[in-house]
Ligand binder design. Structure first.
Ligand SMILES: *[C@@H]1O[C@H](CO)[C@@H](O)[C@H](O)[C@H]1NC(C)=O
Length: 309
C-alpha cells in the first residue's frame, strides 16, 4: 500500500514536468545535391535513458509515416518513406530521435517528431525546405556563352570577309558546313547548360559547347591560309587557338568530374582564348582583305587601257 501511495505521489509530483522538451530546430534545407536528408529531433530532458521504454513517431503534415518501438527495436515505415530510419538508434536513449531519409523521399513540408518515454511525451515540428542550386552561377553561364558566341561570330565574319578569295568552292562549302555544325552544337549546348537547378543535362550542354569547338581550329587555319602570305602567322594563331581549346577541354573535364564546378574559370579561360584568337584572325583578314582590294580594284582600270594599246 505504501508503495502504491509513493507511486501516486511521484506521479503527482512529476505531472508538472510530464512533457518532454526538445532542442528546437525550426527548419532544415535540402538541395538536389544532398544524398540523404536528416531531420533533427533532440529531446533534452529524458529521465530514464532506456530505449526499452521509448517510442518514436514521425509525421508529415499530421500523417504518421514512421514509428520506432524501443521495446522491440523495430521500426515501421509507410511505403512512400521506405528509406526512413533513425539516424543514430544507439543515441535514442540519450534523446536523439533524428530521422534519416533519402533525398527523393524527403518531400518538403512540416514534419513532426513525437517521442514517448514511459508516461511522458512531447512533440516538435521541423519544416523541411527545398532550395534550388544551379550548376554554374548566371555570371559563369553568361561568360561561357559570351565567349563561345564571340568565337563563332568572329569566325562567320572572317569567313564573309575572306569568301571572295577562295580558290575552290569545295573549301568554301566545307567551311560553311563547319560553321553551321559548330553553331548548331553551341546553340543546343547553351539551351541545355542553362537551368535554375543542376541537372545532368547541364553537363551534356557544356560538352556540346566545348568539345565540337575543335572544328574551329582547322577551319580557322584554312581561312587564314587563304589570305595569309606568311604562314608562320597562321600557324601561330592556330597554336594559340589549340591551346585555348585544350584548356577549355581540361576545364570541362574538371567541372564534370568534380561534382561542384569550382573549376569553371578554366573552361571560361579556354573559351576566352579561342574567342581572342578568332578576333585576331578576323582583324588580320580585314586588314589584308582591304589592302588586297585596293590592289585588285586598280586592275580593271588598267586592263581596258592595256586592251586598247
Ligand atoms: C509549415 O508550417 C509553417 C508554420 O505553421 C507554415 O508557415 C508553412 O507554410 C508550413 N509549410 C508547409 C510546406 O506546409
Amino acid at each position: 500500500m505504501r508503495a502504491l501511495g509513493a507511486w501516486v505521489l511521484l506521479g503527482a509530483v512529476c505531472a508538472g514536468s510530464a512533457q518532454l522538451q526538445f532542442s528546437v530546430t525550426k527548419s532544415v534545407v535540402k538541395t538536389s545535391q544532398n544524398d540523404k536528408v536528416i531531420l533533427p529531433c533532440i529531446v533534452t530532458n529524458l529521465a530514464l535513458n532506456n530505449t526499452g521504454v521509448m517510442f518514436v513517431k514521425w509525421k508529415l503534415e499530421k500523417k504518421e509515416f514512421f514509428s520506432f518501438e524501443g521495446r522491440t527495436g523495430k521500426s515501421t515505415t509507410n511505403k512512400n518513406f521506405s528509406s526512413a530510419e533513425l539516424n543514430s538508434p544507439e543515441d535514442l536513449k540519450f534523446g536523439n530521435a533524428s530521422l534519416r531519409l533519402s533525398n527523393t523521399q524527403a518531400v518538403p513540408g512540416n514534419y513532426s517528431c513525437e517521442v514517448t518515454e514511459s508516461n511522458r511525451e512531447g512533440e516538435t515540428v521541423i519544416e523541411l525546405l527545398y532550395r534550388r542550386v544551379s550548376w554554374f552561377t548566371p555570371v559563369e553561364n553568361g561568360l561561357i556563352i559570351l565567349f563561345m558566341v564571340l568565337a563563332i561570330l568572329f569566325y562567320w565574319i572572317q569567313f564573309a570577309v575572306t569568301v571572295s578569295k577562295f580558290e575552290t568552292t569545295l573549301l568554301k562549302i566545307s567551311l560553311i558546313i563547319a560553321g553551321v555544325v559548330i553553331t548548331v552544337f553551341a546553340v543546343v549546348g547553351f539551351s541545355l547548360l542553362i537551368s535554375d537547378e543542376f541537372k545532368p543535362q547541364n553537363q551534356i550542354g557544356l560538352g556540346l559547347i566545348v568539345l565540337p569547338a575543335v572544328i574551329l581550329v582547322p577551319s580557322q587555319y584554312f581561312l587564314l591560309q587563304t589570305v595569309c602570305e606568311n604562314l608562320s602567322f597562321a600557324i601561330g594563331v592556330i597554336v594559340l587557338e589549340s591551346l585555348g581549346y585544350l584548356i577549355a577541354v581540361i576545364g570541362f573535364g574538371l567541372c564534370v568530374t568534380a561534382g561542384h564546378p569550382k573549376t569553371s574559370a578554366v573552361v571560361i579561360a579556354g573559351l576566352a582564348i579561342m574567342a581572342l584568337t578568332a578576333l585576331v584572325g578576323l582583324i588580320h583578314a580585314i586588314l589584308t582583305g582591304s589592302s588586297k582590294k585596293n590592289q585588285s580594284s586598280r586592275k580593271p582600270v588598267e586592263e581596258p587601257l592595256n586592251g586598247r594599246w
